[in-house]
Design a binder for this molecule. Sequence first.
Ligand SMILES: *Cc1c(COP(=O)(O)O)cnc(C)c1O
Length: 394
Amino acid sequence: MNVPLLDLGRQHQAIETELRAAFNTVLRHGKFILGPEVVEFEKEVASHCGAKHAISCASGSDALLLALMAFDIGPGDEVITSPYSFFATASCIARLGAKAVFADISLRCYNLDPADVLKKITPRTKAIIPVHLYGQAADMAPWLDEAKRRGIRVIEDAAQAIGAHYRGRPVGGFGDVGCFSFFPSKNLGGFGDGGLMTANDDALAEKLRVLRVHGGKPKYYHNLLGVNSRLDTVQAALLRVKLPHLEGWAAARARNAALYTKLLVEAGIASPSQGCNGCTHEASDEAGKAPLILPAACQSRHVYNQFVVRTRIPAARDRLRDHLQNAGIGTEIYYPVPLHLQKCFAAWSYKAGDLPRAEKAAASTLALPIFPELTEAEIREVVRCLGGFDWRGE
Ligand SMILES: *Cc1c(COP(=O)(O)O)cnc(C)c1O
């Protein structure tokens, strides 16, 4: 039995008629740029995320860039973020000539260690970008008040976490701007690229709206230097078909994660997750004996964009991936190179060993199939193949 990492075909088959109807409507009215579906979709996402404003744009990467631009971040400024994330989390900082200051992560939930964030704040810190990685909120409370007191902007990278909660409220609303992505593999996946920013401040929301249309307001009069970054009307129309299903899909992802956890613990492959105690402590994850370490679900609502396990012995990870691939099971490594060691960021002068927990995660994590339409038989097959792996090595 082959088990793919992701199969969007199953999701789209179930709603194909509605998708075609939405496409046809846009084809007929022809308002392809910032058409009526964009306006409606923004309202619906704002309501879903509990935000006053939602401003769509061309990608999650652009959402991050536009948010930094709105705060005039540039040369001489520092932005604290996670070294263990998708490239765009840091490239937006580099694009504007600012410096990324990386804080280390927790090895239990893979999000920023809040104690390290506090340590990295300097008079030059202009913004903090917490990443809600894999669909789970980063712990922000320990540094949020301090950031606000110092006038530091908070931009949440919620690209993987639409619908996730932190302390009972949706992510994206804790900082100044929440950034979301509709890349096809995200929980609300579009049919191409797409992104969105949430904000509660009226003036900030207006600035973001102007920045996404070249900074022109009124049209052809440019007081701001913006970019061209809009969500296509056709994307918005198709995403509106998907949005009402998002909660159900997140619940299915959580059910899949619970089944993996139960089966892996029963099989003795993984120890029960111990929770994360606020993400601050170092390596208590080494406490158990089982060869596979499960992700900690420490925040109030995890939406499982990914289900990422870690091999206790880092060197076993690549062999495990080969083993699963030979058995027809799709996996992925998110992410093999921590951002501080990417060659294009050499000017920031980080070196191996600077952020040991991020480096360890990059060397030992593996994402298993978790998409909502995955069947119980498929999950059992993945666990069976994990059980057939020679954990002791050569
Ligand atoms: C996907 C992703 C982005 C970028 O989103 P795009 O829509 O692909 O540009 C940014 N940050 C994280 C954490 C992501 O997973």
